[in-house]
Design a protein around this ligand. Structure first.
Ligand code: MN
Length: 306
């Protein structure tokens, strides 16, 4: 059986990545980190925000090329591809609009990879080789949510290696197209609309009328208990009413993911579901879950970069 170290969102923090790999016993040889008996898995979001994005891509890509790691796609890579791709129906426009807010979110990446430069084109081509999810023999890995109904439908439209075909970047960029929701549910997060009249301010002070919801078991599934990525001050303004029909992962196969900017102590969400994103870009640590064949995930198997 292969054993894996599943590593959370890196967001351009190469020094923390090196620190974590060394702590996990990976050794750099000929510019590539390798481990004698383990394989690393990266859950996506290599870019945006941090200061060393080219270096992160170089480290991860070298490991993937050498077979010492597997890497999947995060929403930031998906967005970067759409930002770089012109819309075939309207060639003046891009699949992801070059609006002020989209530019701002992507600015640190574009500083290192000037738009349309050779480095930029090469990075985008590499992002396109990243699968949306991994369904390995004993574990599963996805950036945001193992949404089983969405994954069943994605299987029909993805390439055999779970990468995204060019035409699906187009359809998945159109909110009115069914492919949009499939990618959103898996790579970004399932959302639930709040009842009429309810809203909250997100961490960027933007008014939101939908919440990202937990997709693992929650004893009392109210809006307040299910909400993710809502600032603490806003949480109590959410309704304390039950949400009907929310998706819950119910397989026995462990799933690893990132994306949710967790804080504090590292603990699995359930004994089958574990988030490895602990907010490296908000002065948190880069985190790995060291998996050695167990079918029940345990808090003691997390490793922090610090
Ligand atoms: Mn993400």
């Amino acid at each position: 059986m292969d054993y894996y170290d599943i590593i959370g969102d890196i967001h351009g923090y190469a020094s923390k990545l090196r620190q974590l790999l060394v702590k996990l016993g990976y050794v750099e040889r000929n510019g590539c980190y390798q481990h004698a008996s383990r394989i690393a898995i990266f859950v996506g979001d290599y870019i945006d925000r941090g200061p060393e994005q080219a270096e992160v891509i170089a480290i991860v890509k070298a490991m993937v090329d050498a077979g010492s790691a597997l890497a999947i796609m995060g929403n930031h890579e998906f967005n970067a591809i759409c930002y770089a791709t012109s819309d075939p129906a309207n060639p003046e426009q891009y699949l992801r609009k070059h609006s002020d807010s989209n530019f701002k979110q992507h600015r640190a990446f574009l500083n290192e990879f000037p738009f349309d430069s050779q480095q930029h084109t090469d990075a985008i081509e590499w992002f396109k080789t990243l699968p949306v999810y991994l369904d390995l023999e004993h574990i599963r890995v996805v950036h945001a949510c193992w949404h089983q109904p969405a994954i069943v439908q994605l299987k029909e439209i993805l390439n055999e290696d779970n990468t995204i075909p060019d035409d699906v970047f187009v359809t998945a960029s159109r909110p009115e197209h069914a492919h949009f929701r499939l990618i959103e549910d898996v790579v970004k997060s399932p959302e639930v609309k709040l009842p009429d009249g309810f809203s909250f301010l997100d961490s960027g002070k933007k008014k939101r009328t939908s919440i990202r919801v937990k997709w693992w078991a929650e004893d009392i599934p109210t809006y307040r208990n299910l909400a993710l990525s809502v600032p603490t001050a806003s949480l109590e303004t959410l309704p304390d009413m039950l949400v009907e029909g929310v998706y819950t992962y119910d397989s026995d196969k462990p799933v690893f993911f990132g994306h949710y900017w967790m804080q504090g102590e590292c603990i699995p969400q359930t004994d089958k579901v574990a988030c490895t994103d602990y907010s490296v870009a908000k002065s948190g640590d880069l985190v790995a879950y060291r998996w050695s064949g167990e079918s029940e995930l345990m808090a003691r198997n997390f490793v922090r970069s610090n």
